[in-house]
Design a protein around this ligand. Structure first.
Ligand SMILES: Cc1cc2nc3c(=O)[nH]c(=O)nc-3n(C[C@H](O)[C@H](O)[C@H](O)COP(=O)(O)O)c2cc1C
Length: 172
């Protein structure tokens, strides 16, 4: 099979990345903060790329830009947590998306955090939290796809969810 990572399918026209980005802005994405803590350090990042793969065994993936060197902490620590944000978590989402260029500890000051099994920070009041052990990492273009086995689930909270749609945060 052709190497999809390096070559477009034969005959495919390249589309400008802005055209792709505009199309992607039409997707409603759940907003999550993925976190890790371990020997490589403590980090959290706002992501929409957090997806369920299977329930047996419970497995998820997250996609992180590897041009940001600090994102390597997730693979190096070998663990991460996916925290699904509530509608009221807009400021926290902005902080972990890099708005205001806050130091990492200032970003974590936006919530109350505890741990489950892996030591990755778990947000009190998240709609759901999945505590994961890294089982595989694959690199595609600018991003690492990090696969995690879910080994613990945090307390689930009801209420509105935070989504990102048309380049805006919305509560649904
Ligand atoms: C709604 C939203 C979704 C995002 N999703 C992702 C994602 O899936 N993967 C990723 O690497 N970055 C994603 N980002 C960008 C990161 O949040 C941002 O680059 C990073 O947190 C900046 O951190 P830094 O200041 O430490 O570089 C997203 C940003 C926003 C606002």
């Amino acid at each position: 099979m052709d190497d999809f990572k390096t070559r477009p399918p034969s005959g495919a026209a390249a589309i400008p990345s802005q055209v792709y980005r505009d199309a992607m802005s039409r997707f409603a994405g759940a907003v999550n903060v993925v976190t890790t803590e371990g020997p490589a350090g403590r980090r959290g990042v706002t992501v929409s790329a957090a997806v369920s793969i299977s329930d047996d065994p419970p497995t998820v993936l997250i996609c992180l830009n590897h041009n940001r060197a600090e994102n390597r902490m997730f693979a190096e620590n070998g663990c991460f947590a996916v925290n699904v944000l509530s509608g009221s978590d807009v400021e926290l989402a902005r902080a972990f998306a890099g708005e205001g260029r806050l130091e990492m500890e200032e970003r974590f000051a936006h919530g109350e955090w505890h741990t489950l099994e892996t030591g990755s920070p778990v947000l009190a009041g998240a709609r759901a939290s999945l505590d994961c052990v890294v089982v595989d990492v694959q690199s595609v273009h600018t991003h690492d796809i990090i696969f995690g086995r879910v080994i613990a689930v945090g307390e689930e909270n009801d209420g509105e969810a935070l989504v990102y749609l048309d380049r805006q945060y919305r509560s649904v």
